[in-house]
Design a protein around this ligand. Structure first.
Ligand code: NAD
Length: 319
């Protein structure tokens, strides 16, 4: 298999590249290296080809894509707070970029295209969980742009018969996540003696999925999924932000006095919960026990201060 992994210098994409290389695949990484992309994430990944470039650049794609059987698209603008401050880049990469990539993949005769989406496209759910057939009700510009890409992918399957598959995962955690996101943001602040900002009443609920399990799910979809199908990928550990904050304070030897309440994010989804029964028929089940996965994640940030000290950050506060 020869795979093009877009966004492969980011948090999840770089883990996926490691896994594909370990399976013996030939891998090209295409990444624009925005503030969120980091070549250090690919350190130790020999045998891949790296191309710095934009998924919204049709000329570059026309030269890079031929010869690849598979495209797995992780490239996206990913931080909800930034999408609230300015949605422009989100529409450009997450919608127009995906359309450009789909067109280039079709022209190059790529066999399978996997679009990495998010549970945020479903909106917010008070009780129960969403199956893949639930309607999309995105609430943030980030989620709306991701939902637009999902619909485009399904339209390319129906209109052109492309083998496009979509995965929608819950909140990932693990090593190499940009310090603007909740767990690394809190851990790196706690480890440097600072306070952590907790949105609103802290009652928002998220399902946590280790990045290794997420990538295992994506590989299952690539190997055994069906064209035109959507697969939810969940981790099975639901926590409120208050509960997560307590775990991180404990792991970093800090107490509640380090928590600073901040006004809630506008349009903040209360709860996400995916029903991931469907992907279990492909052999997927989360394998990383949450307690161990979280402890190892905190240890990774503790052991890699240079990685996060050198990571570019930008405007809005992390969440
Ligand atoms: P990330 O922000 O860590 O990485 C994104 C990568 O995409 C970066 O390397 C960046 O340089 C690259 N990129 C951005 N714009 C690009 C462009 N126009 N062309 C080429 N490369 C570009 O993100 P992540 O957390 O690794 O997320 C990967 C995917 O998973 C995204 O599509 C995201 O929507 C989805 N997702 C993430 C989570 C999560 O918890 N992290 C949850 C659900 C879904």
């Amino acid at each position: 298999m020869r795979a093009l992994v877009t966004g492969g210098a980011g948090f999840i994409g770089s883990r996926f590249v490691r896994d594909l290389l370990a399976e013996g695949a030939r891998v090209t990484v295409l990444d624009r290296l925005t503030y969120a992309g980091n070549l250090a994430n690919l350190e130790g990944c020999d045998r891949h080809t790296f191309v710095r470039g934009d998924i919204a650049d049709p000329h570059l794609l026309a030269s890079v894509l031929p010869g690849h059987d598979v495209v797995v698209n992780f490239a996206a603008e990913t931080h909800v707070d930034r999408s609230i401050a300015d949605p422009t880049a989100f529409l450009r990469t997450n919608v127009l970029g995906v359309q450009t990539l789909l067109d280039a993949a079709r022209a190059a005769g790529v066999t399978t295209f996997v679009q990495i989406s998010t549970d945020e496209v479903y909106g917010s759910i008070e009780r129960g969980s969403w199956p893949e057939t639930d309607p999309l009700r995105p609430n943030s510009p980030y989620a709306a742009a991701k939902a637009g890409a999902d619909l485009l992918c399904l339209a390319y399957h129906r209109t052109y018969g492309m083998d496009v598959r979509i995965t929608r995962c819950s909140n990932n955690y693990g090593p190499r996540q940009h310090p603007e996101k909740l767990i690394p943001h809190f851990v790196t602040r706690l480890l440097t003696g600072r306070t952590v900002p907790l949105y609103g009443d802290g009652g928002n609920v998220r399902d946590w999925l280790h990045v290794a399990d997420h990538c295992r799910g994506v590989r299952a979809v690539l190997a055994k999924g069906s064209p035109g199908e959507v697969y939810n990928i969940g981790g099975g550990t639901e926590l409120t932000n208050v509960e997560m904050t307590r775990l991180l304070l404990d792991a970093c030897g800090a107490d509640w006095s380090r928590v600073e309440r901040v006004p809630d994010r506008p349009g903040h989804d209360r709860r996400y919960a995916v029903d991931y029964t469907k992907i279990q028929s492909l052999g997927y089940a989360p394998e990383v026990a949450f307690t161990e996965g979280l402890a190892a994640t905190v240890a990774w940030y503790r052991d890699h201060p240079r990685w996060w000290a050198e990571t570019p950050t930008a405007a809005p506060p992390g969440s």
